[in-house]
Design a binder for this molecule. Sequence first.
Ligand SMILES: *[C@@H]1O[C@H](CO)[C@@H](O)[C@H](O)[C@H]1NC(C)=O
Ligand SMILES: *[C@@H]1O[C@H](CO)[C@@H](O)[C@H](O)[C@H]1NC(C)=O
Ligand SMILES: *[C@@H]1O[C@H](CO)[C@@H](O)[C@H](O)[C@H]1NC(C)=O
Ligand SMILES: *[C@@H]1O[C@H](CO)[C@@H](O)[C@H](O)[C@H]1NC(C)=O
Ligand SMILES: *[C@@H]1O[C@H](CO)[C@@H](O)[C@H](O)[C@H]1NC(C)=O
Ligand SMILES: *[C@@H]1O[C@H](CO)[C@@H](O)[C@H](O)[C@H]1NC(C)=O
Ligand SMILES: *[C@@H]1O[C@H](CO)[C@@H](O)[C@H](O)[C@H]1NC(C)=O
Ligand SMILES: *[C@@H]1O[C@H](CO)[C@@H](O)[C@H](O)[C@H]1NC(C)=O
Ligand SMILES: *[C@@H]1O[C@H](CO)[C@@H](O)[C@H](O)[C@H]1NC(C)=O
Ligand SMILES: *[C@@H]1O[C@H](CO)[C@@H](O)[C@H](O)[C@H]1NC(C)=O
Ligand SMILES: *[C@@H]1O[C@H](CO)[C@@H](O)[C@H](O)[C@H]1NC(C)=O
Ligand SMILES: CC(=O)N[C@H]1CO[C@H](CO)[C@@H](O)[C@@H]1O
Length: 802
Amino acid sequence: MLWSTVLVSAVTFGAHLVQGQYIEEQVYPSPNATGAGGWYTAFQKASTSTAQLNLAEKAFLVTGVEGPCVGNIAAVPRIGFKGLCLQDGPLAIRQVSYASVFPAGVSVAATWDRDLLYHRGVEMAAEFKGKGANVALGPVAGPLGRSALAGRNWEGFSPDPYLTGVAFAETIKGIQSQKVQACGKHFIGYEQETQRNPSTYRNGTIEQEAVSSNIDDRVIHELYLWPFAEGVKSGLSSIMCSYNRINETYACQNSKTLNGLLKDELGFQGYVVSDWAGTHSGVSSVLSGLDMDMPGSIGFENASVSSYFGNNITAMINNGSVPEARLNDMVRRILTPYYYLHQDSEDYPTVDLDTAQISYGMFGGELPTFSYPFNLGNLTNINRDVRSDHSDLIREIGGASAVLLKNTNNTLPLSKQIRRISVFGNDAADISGGPYDPENTIGVQAVGGGSGSGRFTNLVAPLEAIKQRNPQALVQYVTDNKLLTQDPSGTLDTVYPGADVCLVFLKTYATEGEDRTNWLLDDNSTAVVESVTSYGGCSETVVVSHSVGPNTLPWADNENITAIVAAHLPGDQAGNAIVDVLFGDVNPSGKLPYTIAYNSSDYNAPIVNFTDVDNSDPNLWQSNFTENLLIDYRHFDYNNITPRYEFGYGLSYTSFSVSNLQISTSYPSGGDVSPVPRPLNGTIAPPGGNLDLYTVLANVQITVQNTGKLAGRAVPQIYIGFPQTEDVDETLPTPVKVLRGFDRTELLQPQESVTLNFDLRRKDVSSWDVVKQEWVIPSGAFTVMAGWSSRDLPLNRALRLL
Ligand SMILES: *[C@@H]1O[C@H](CO)[C@@H](O)[C@H](O)[C@H]1NC(C)=O
Ligand SMILES: *[C@@H]1O[C@H](CO)[C@@H](O)[C@H](O)[C@H]1NC(C)=O
Ligand SMILES: *[C@@H]1O[C@H](CO)[C@@H](O)[C@H](O)[C@H]1NC(C)=O
Ligand SMILES: *[C@@H]1O[C@H](CO)[C@@H](O)[C@H](O)[C@H]1NC(C)=O
Ligand SMILES: *[C@@H]1O[C@H](CO)[C@@H](O)[C@H](O)[C@H]1NC(C)=O
Ligand SMILES: *[C@@H]1O[C@H](CO)[C@@H](O)[C@H](O)[C@H]1NC(C)=O
Ligand SMILES: *[C@@H]1O[C@H](CO)[C@@H](O)[C@H](O)[C@H]1NC(C)=O
Ligand SMILES: *[C@@H]1O[C@H](CO)[C@@H](O)[C@H](O)[C@H]1NC(C)=O
Ligand SMILES: *[C@@H]1O[C@H](CO)[C@@H](O)[C@H](O)[C@H]1NC(C)=O
Ligand SMILES: *[C@@H]1O[C@H](CO)[C@@H](O)[C@H](O)[C@H]1NC(C)=O
Ligand SMILES: *[C@@H]1O[C@H](CO)[C@@H](O)[C@H](O)[C@H]1NC(C)=O
Ligand SMILES: CC(=O)N[C@H]1CO[C@H](CO)[C@@H](O)[C@@H]1O
């Protein structure tokens, strides 16, 4: 392969490495960007600008400084560069006023709808742009969701890399269509919060290093890198390296993952930015492929103390430890997307000063002063309302992402003439703890916490929407879980009995910085359910959860619970969206993007936790990904564990049939993929790696029909089983099946049918060969399966490619 003539690829044993087979491969030097993938004109502009900058200016173009936004690159007015404003986060522009809060990643993944994924990206980005942000810090494909309780899974999409790959790429395309840079995060193997950063003694020396995700080469390719490859292919501008280590080397100085996987193998042309304070070295980070340090230095004078970059970059160049060509590459990588997306244009909006006021706790005419120039707005254009009509899409996604888990006795949809509705649970009410990052208070869980959260401008809670929707009904409610559980009979006595339906709203919170410890819904959920079903005079009880992800639902078989809806994190239209589903204005079509088990012990790959281990080894925190490819449904399938509600599952108010599975192949002669040479410049190969991996080799066709009495949308799914042949590494169990296609149909009227096609690309039918260092199609017969979930696949056919 050509790259081996360019890159020095050697395996060395790190000095501190005393245990185990997981070692960071060394991949140097860092590949130069070339402008490939249609960026060549912008790349040339970036090169011209880079040539005009002096060393100090270049050092600060790669280093964050104090400023109005969450991350700030200072302007260089001399060359007309307006600086960069980087803003959180993956579901909203967070640190501003008058913005929308969109559904979280887990919600939009549950729609399995490419158009909704794309348009959510478009409308979110329109708000970032309206507020003058250049870079949206999202979407998230790491964590992927290896561990069901990881605190940030909800920010991303699904533990299935194919589903996340589609979601990631569509979101990126949507964001960048608005001329906003997407920043895909967090790269890579960032699968838990616990010990995500090193811990230090009081004197500042490291007590314990951050957790090390130790991942086999095949596993990283087939699971964790997969969605990033799809993102790079779709033109991703930037990538944020993560806090954790991979094979004991920090993600922001890991030459194998940054130089090797990302910039060489995937041909990534944009820049790598550190997660905030995720940089742990100067020279070695720069040589390993890190391009931008955030938040960088606070104040020019102190830049030398507070950042490994800033003035320290100047020192590295001057003393020869980093070639200036590498710094030039960093600067060009940062400037290219800025020019490509025309962020240098006159009409790119200024930064709304509300973001600075919120960051510094100021209001009115107060504003902090900054020592660097930025593209700042003024007090006449502050507090711009960027919401437009985005609540329509937010509400639509909220309805489309609700997963109907159970619906016996046709409890749902509720009659439009319903007379008595009783509502219980703290998740039904409006929020009571402020507009931002609600936790452990009464109020709907419309988003999770931390940097991936949003600040509500106008949140619609379920209870409010239920009342609005049913002005004719007697709507009674108790939203304090303590009252419901500590004195259930006394409390429920106050409610006039004999409700037509009881609605119980429960929630699960999560935030970055900590992993979940509880599998149940929060706030004494089981006791709430038991109170309502045993004292509430509720023979038909509907449980709605607003949750970050998997929960065990011990009451799911309770005879009085006749319907369950997993409504995830729907954003600021939470109430309207759930009312649409409950009253049948929207026929549910959401499908679980993860597995719900009977017992917590059914899940594998738990959070690694050495907190209470008495061991002073600074290298104690190791997370060996020994389950290899078997995460989420791949684990349940391989180990024959019956889930309560499987990956891909979700009911409708109507029924569908699937028939007529046909496969046509367009497989060319010849076996292995021939690697495409490293692109030398803009015209050669687009990013995303070997182009041939995206060649369509087979097409799968099915017919879907609405066999019920109501109009509805179906979400047919295509899975493939790989051949069990000697091509496959024996030490690494092959999953029984993997998702390789899905679609959400248009609204189908009763009896209406539609024929759907699904492409299988070379990559979709290949596995990563660690010896050849290439994707290879195994010989033997694949099984192509079609149906409604990972456990409901009525059709299958063999497919032989080799
Ligand atoms: C991780 O794997 C290495 C190498 O096999 C082994 O030495 C180490 O004990 C493992 N760590 C844990 C926590 O299982
Ligand atoms: C980590 O170690 C495994 C096992 O040796 C290897 O397959 C993989 O390529 C290594 N990954 C990195 C990023 O160094
Ligand atoms: C990057 O470009 C510089 C010239 O600007 C060259 O010296 C260096 O060898 C190139 N690096 C690689 C990895 O090709
Ligand atoms: C810092 O504190 C730790 C724990 O008290 C001690 O082991 C270490 O030697 C100290 N380091 C320095 C540089 O003082
Ligand atoms: C730099 O930091 C030091 C220590 O925190 C502080 O005393 C000093 O005032 C700072 N200088 C500037 C110019 O901000
Ligand atoms: C504020 O900015 C707007 C354009 O964004 C401009 O038209 C206006 O003159 C500015 N006002 C002041 C007081 O600078
Ligand atoms: C629901 O249906 C089941 C079986 O059809 C029946 O046994 C049960 O009584 C019904 N429950 C209600 C509340 O109607
Ligand atoms: C949880 O519910 C139980 C009843 O099952 C009750 O005794 C307990 O007080 C409740 N806990 C809280 C914190 O409200
Ligand atoms: C890790 O262990 C500590 C100490 O026992 C505990 O407080 C914490 O909740 C645990 N974290 C997780 C995610 O299990
Ligand atoms: C279901 O409701 C009936 C009637 O109110 C009650 O007798 C029964 O105990 C309830 N079952 C459960 C599991 O709460
Ligand atoms: C790069 O592309 C440009 C424009 O197509 C072309 O003129 C130039 O010769 C190419 N350079 C290399 C090294 O291929
Ligand atoms: C974070 C860091 O390494 N900062 C260094 C930058 O360079 C100055 C001057 O050499 C050092 O004092 C800092 O420690």
